[in-house]
Design a protein. Structure first.
Length: 254
């Protein structure tokens, strides 16, 4: 599950994973240690190092390991050769998840930032949230109250996507049309052809553009053709929102 790791060290909550606004990681350091011990892939050593606060102090093998301290030395060797964890962009077409990532962690602080989208198939634990995007904060997870869970959390309206005709999406997978993980521009273009049968187009194109080493901005196009009512829904964590230079025009239709 490490491809779901975001810049602040927690995982993207998708479906019934976690709870609303809860910063959790689906990664287990013990399992990453075991994975590195078996497969010797550098990514697992980097993940262990990352989960342990970018140090090897206190890292040991399990009780069945002949030399439990050796794993820490092996991880240090990997970090010396490959450096600490630095995740690039990813697009998991089978699962339906993409993440744009940029920035670094240095002694003076972190410039890491990310933007992600979920467009995978919706089954028993799905939340009818195809084309939902997030900017570095935990997504809405499952709830303990059944009526809230069914009417709100597992409904399209509680996610950052478009509701058509006041109905939740049909549980259908989307088709990625284009993906680009460039040095300056990251872009994903996705269309779920069956989420709303009454529409001729229900498609989202989202990009993250690098300004400099510490800043990026997002551009988002959501195109909907068909149906009678379109509700573009946004949710985020607490924060102050400011706008400049907006000249809004009242629409006579939806």
């Amino acid at each position: 599950m490490w491809p779901l790791l975001l810049s602040d060290g927690f995982s993207a909550n998708i479906g019934d994973a976690g709870s609303t606004g809860n910063k959790v990681s689906t990664l287990s350091m013990e399992r990453m240690i075991k994975a590195f011990d078996i497969y010797r892939e550098p990514i697992y050593a980097q993940l262990v190092y990352h989960l342990n606060g970018n140090k090897t102090d206190g890292i040991f093998g399990d009780i069945f390991t002949p030399n439990p301290e050796q794993i820490a030395a092996d991880i240090e060797q990997v970090i010396a050769e490959h450096g600490p964890l630095q995740l690039n962009g990813t697009n998991m077409t089978g699962y339906g998840f993409t993440a744009f990532r940029d920035g670094n962690i240095t002694d003076s602080g972190s410039t890491q930032r990310d933007l992600w989208m979920f467009y995978g198939p919706q089954r028993a634990h799905g939340h009818a949230d195809t084309l939902n995007i997030g900017i570095g904060y935990p997504e809405f997870g499952g709830g303990a109250q059944y009526h809230r869970d069914r009417e709100w959390m597992r409904n399209t309206i509680s996610h950052n996507t478009v509701v058509v005709d006041k109905y939740r999406q049909i549980h259908a997978a989307a088709q990625p049309k284009h993906y680009d993980d460039g040095e300056m521009v990251n872009l994903i273009d996705v269309e779920p052809p069956k989420d709303y049968p009454q529409t001729d187009m229900y498609r989202r194109t989202t990009a993250m553009i690098k300004v400099d080493e510490a800043n990026s901005y997002a551009v988002d196009f959501f195109r909907v053709k068909g149906g009678q009512d379109h509700h573009f829904s946004f949710h985020s964590a607490d924060g102050i929102v400011s706008t400049e230079g907006l000249q809004l025009t009242e629409q006579t239709t939806g």
